[in-house]
Design a protein around this ligand. Structure first.
Ligand code: AMP
Ligand code: MG
Length: 496
């Protein structure tokens, strides 16, 4: 690592793709950039000196006011289905890819500035982002990563010194987003819908080389690509469901081919469990409600599959049949991932045919009692085989105690089928049932404090707590507890 001057070892593979994949341009400089936060660990992962990145020169780069040597800034083209409606051209309307870095693990990562000015894809937008949504994305994406859920990452946030006009006037900000790739289902749709088969093939080959090289060995690499993406998404969405995460805008342009959770707009973690929960203020029909996420994922994957048809086989009928089988396989893959992960949450090491029913029965009991999703599983993780005072703590969450007792008796009977010590099981359960999640009301409080008072103390505290979400941190009860009735957030706004 360089000790005296800020340098990036860029190697920009996307910029070497054909010209119609993107538009080369520079970010629009901002008035008075100021650092909000650097993610030091991530900087080091990317072989960037965090202190230099925090310097005046570093902040200029993070603001788009200076282009670092080796960068090849561009806005990516893509299309997509938004709330089920086809939009032939979207693209990076307020984000610019600076370039790619190979991290310490040899993985190629995109470095993108989000909120850095208009591009030819901005349509009516101003190319900017407000500080609220930027620090929201910072917090949620970093939390997702700490919760072991694949996600884009946040390297830095800066305030711009400019204002952006939304419903109100807000201070502007820019996020430096890091991704294994920003290629989306919508990127494939962009070329497929234009009937540009050579471009489609270049894109598919690019993605295979970068993200799924194993597909090259397959008899049909493009079908293999489809299957690998389907597997990745099945695993991802199963994890979302079992941590109570609601993405909020699962449009095809917001589904990443790398399998990372991307675009944290009106997303939220559920407090009180209910499968109909939807937070996004723009999702009036509940298309992207919690319970619909697996179906929507499959719908998006069907869109992806459709784009690949001409590559899978020149025989249309054959291609359709193969792709259809792959898309259908999502259901079994998702169910298997979901059940395997649910077993872990329940402290089950072996398989029993009744395990899914056992898990579902707990969710039903939680729904009837409106219990907090995260606390229920966390408190359950503390219970011993025999009843102890820890049962009382879990009991307090449930109004109907007898329904919980019926379930607990069933669960304990199931535990008795296995020879696993309490201490081993409790440790395992606590490593998958977090104590801390980004609670929506806390996120709102943190944002308010940052905007109204320019005070980022809570923001920084939160990020520190979320580094170890599976540890009890008794001093941080405020971040642990669900919202009081007057603190409940019913809707979140994407604020674009
Ligand atoms: P999103 O809802 O963030 O996934 O964005 C959907 C599309 O709108 C993408 O093409 C974005 O680049 C574009 N977009 C969102 N906000 C803005 C903005 N403020 N200015 C320009 N384009 C935007
Ligand atoms: Mg998006």
């Amino acid at each position: 690592m360089s000790t005296n001057s800020l340098s990036f070892e860029f190697d920009n593979s996307y910029a070497r793709l054909p010209e119609n994949f993107f538009c080369r341009l520079r970010p629009t400089p901002v008035h008075f950039p100021k650092l909000i936060r650097i993610n030091k660990n991530l900087a080091m992962e990317l072989k960037i000196d965090p202190d230099l990145l925090s310097s005046e020169e570093g902040v200029k780069i993070l603001a788009g006011n200076k282009i670092p040597t080796g960068a090849d800034p561009l806005a990516m083209a893509y299309a997509g289905h938004q709330f089920g409606n086809w939009v032939p051209q979207l693209g990076d309307g307020r984000a610019i890819l600076l370039g790619e870095l190979i991290d310490i693990n040899g993985i190629r990562r995109d470095l993108q500035l989000k909120g850095c000015g208009i591009t030819p894809f901005s349509r009516m937008g101003d190319g900017r982002a407000a500080v609220g949504p930027i620090i929201r994305e910072f917090m949620v994406s970093e939390a997702m990563n700490a919760l072991n859920i694949d996600s884009t990452r946040s390297l830095a946030a800066i305030s711009t010194g400019n204002f952006v006009v939304r419903e109100n006037i807000h201070p502007g900000a820019i996020l430096t987003r890091v991704a294994k790739s920003h290629v989306r289902v919508g990127t494939f749709q962009f070329f497929a819908s234009r009937g540009d088969i050579p471009a489609l093939q270049s894109l598919a080959d690019y993605v295979i080389s970068r993200l799924y090289p194993i597909a090259k060995k397959s008899e049909n690499p493009y079908l293999s690509l489809l299957n690998l993406v389907i597997e990745k998404q099945a695993r991802l969405i199963a994890k979302w469901q079992l941590i109570g995460f609601i993405h909020g805008v699962m449009n095809t342009d917001n589904m990443s081919i790398s399998g990372e959770t991307i675009d944290f707009g009106p997303c939220a973690f559920m407090d009180f469990f209910h499968p109909d929960t939807v937070y996004s203020s723009i999702d009036e029909l509940g298309r992207y409600a919690y319970k619909n996420q697996p179906y929507i994922a499959q719908w998006n994957l069907a869109c992806f599959a459709e784009t690949l048809l001409p590559l899978i086989s020149s025989n249309e009928e054959k291609a359709t049949k193969l792709a259809q089988e792959s898309v259908n396989s999502f259901t079994d893959l998702f169910d298997a991932e979901y059940l395997a992960h649910f077993r872990k949450k329940l402290g089950l090491f072996e398989e029993d045919k009744d395990d899914l029913n056992l898990g579902t029965a707990l969710l039903e009991c939680m729904q009837q009692n409106k219990t907090d999703f995260t606390l229920t599983f966390r408190y359950l993780s503390c219970l011993k085989r025999k009843r102890t005072e820890y049962d009382t703590v879990l009991h307090q969450l449930f109004e109907n105690k007898s329904s919980l007792d019926v379930w607990l008796a069933r669960w304990r009977k199931r535990l008795d089928l296995e020879q696993v010590s309490d201490s081993r099981r409790i440790k395992a359960m606590q490593s998958v049932n977090p104590a801390f999640i980004p609670r929506n009301h806390m996120i709102e409080t943190i944002i308010e404090s940052a905007i109204d008072n320019g005070d980022f103390t809570l923001f920084n505290n939160f990020l520190c707590i979320m580094e170890t979400p599976y540890n009890d941190q008794l001093a941080h009860d405020r971040f642990f507890q669900p919202p009081r009735p007057d603190e409940i957030i019913k809707a979140t706004f994407c604020g674009t």
